[in-house]
Write a protein that binds this ligand. Structure first.
Ligand SMILES: N=C(N)NCCCC(=O)O
Ligand SMILES: [Zn+2]
Ligand SMILES: [Zn+2]
Length: 327
């Protein structure tokens, strides 16, 4: 057990101490945190969803959760960029994987929603590691059941507001259209960030706007820089309850090659981490990081990026000053 300054007084159980048990030893939970069944209750639970039956191109994101956990062994207790102990200011635990039927998408979607709802009873907030982007729909259904319509801040190269693929309504290219149709999202506060690359038709963008999204493109980021993008993001979200969905393909393939539908001209991991940090004063109710496909990864590049994105998200969720020694 890692004793950070917080834990000595709060009883929060943190990661395994890397100065006692080497990082490369033991079973990989996220950041070597305790399992959810080892703590009474968690403020934040990390759960994997090893499901990729909704992909339109290269498969393999079903192996994402294990790959990200493996790459998260090097994360340390203190985050200087946010001046917070993410695992000390709040109880964070690894809830393991939500089981989803790989042969039946509708059944898998029901299972993911049920699993997320069940975890919501034992954890304040959920950070999910996918899996393909299909799972954002059941996760938003579960979040909506608790919070009503939420602002969705969606980092992705792709809109994922398309209608159907081969007649299938629930795929990794369609979760946000379904979510909008079902009234799960706040149509005045939702946004895509990092959109780029070829579309099917010009009308894709009109549909997307009608479905309630505004867009910060990758080109906008290049031209105006992250500070301007952050201002727009924060203005759009306001104080709405915020769900953050991060498709790792928002990063340039140079930063995240291990994904199924890569697009050139993307964000750097530095830009993405900075934008997440800018949300630490918002009411983040849940998050997912999806589309990590280890078969196309090299040297854990994509998984390291994803594990740091999760770390930054968990840091952004940590209460500031709520506990006397919270860093
Ligand atoms: N990677 C995600 N989530 N979506 C990509 C959909 C790309 C397509 O086949 O049109
Ligand atoms: Zn994508
Ligand atoms: Zn996506």
């Amino acid at each position: 057990m890692q004793l950070t300054p917080d834990e000595s007084s709060s009883g929060i159980r943190g990661p395994v101490d890397a100065s006692v048990v080497p990082r490369f030893a033991g079973i990989a939970t996220f950041a070597r945190l305790p399992r959810l069944d080892e703590v009474d209750r968690a403020d934040v639970a990390i759960a994997g969803v090893p499901f990729d039956s909704g992909v339109s191109y290269r498969p393999g994101a079903r192996f994402g959760p294990a790959h990200v956990r493996e790459a998260s062994r090097l994360l340390r207790p203190y985050n200087p960029a946010q001046d917070v102990f993410p695992f000390g200011a709040q109880q964070v635990a690894d809830a393991g994987d939500i089981v989803a039927n790989p042969f039946d998408i509708a059944e898998a979607v029901r299972q993911v929603e049920a699993g997320a709802r069940e975890l919501a009873e034992r954890a304040g907030r959920l950070v999910v590691i996918g899996g393909d982007h299909t799972i954002a729909l059941p996760l938003l259904r579960a979040v909506h059941a608790q919070h009503g319509p939420v602002a969705v801040l969606h980092f992705d190269a792709h809109l994922d507001t398309w209608d159907t693929y081969f007649g299938a309504p629930m795929t990794h290219g369609t979760p946000f259209r379904r979510a909008s149709e079902e009234g799960l999202i706040d149509l005045t506060a939702s946004m895509h960030v990092g959109i780029r690359g070829p579309l099917y038709a010009k009308g894709d963008l009109e549909d997307d706007e009608r479905l309630g999204f505004s867009i910060i493109t990758s080109e906008y980021l290049e031209e105006h820089g992250p500070a301007a993008a952050i201002d727009r993001m924060r203005a759009r979200i306001g104080d709405a309850p915020l769900y953050i969905s991060i498709d790792i393909d928002v990063l340039d393939p140079a930063h995240a090659p291990g994904t199924g539908t890569p697009e050139a001209g993307g964000l750097t991991s530095r830009e993405l981490l900075r934008m997440i940090r800018a949300l630490s004063d918002r009411r983040i109710v849940g998050a997912d990081i999806v589309e990590v496909a280890p078969a196309y990864d090299h040297a854990q590049l994509t998984a390291v990026a994803a594990s740091h994105v999760a770390y930054e998200l968990i840091s952004a969720m940590a209460p500031r000053g709520a506990r006397p020694s919270a860093g």
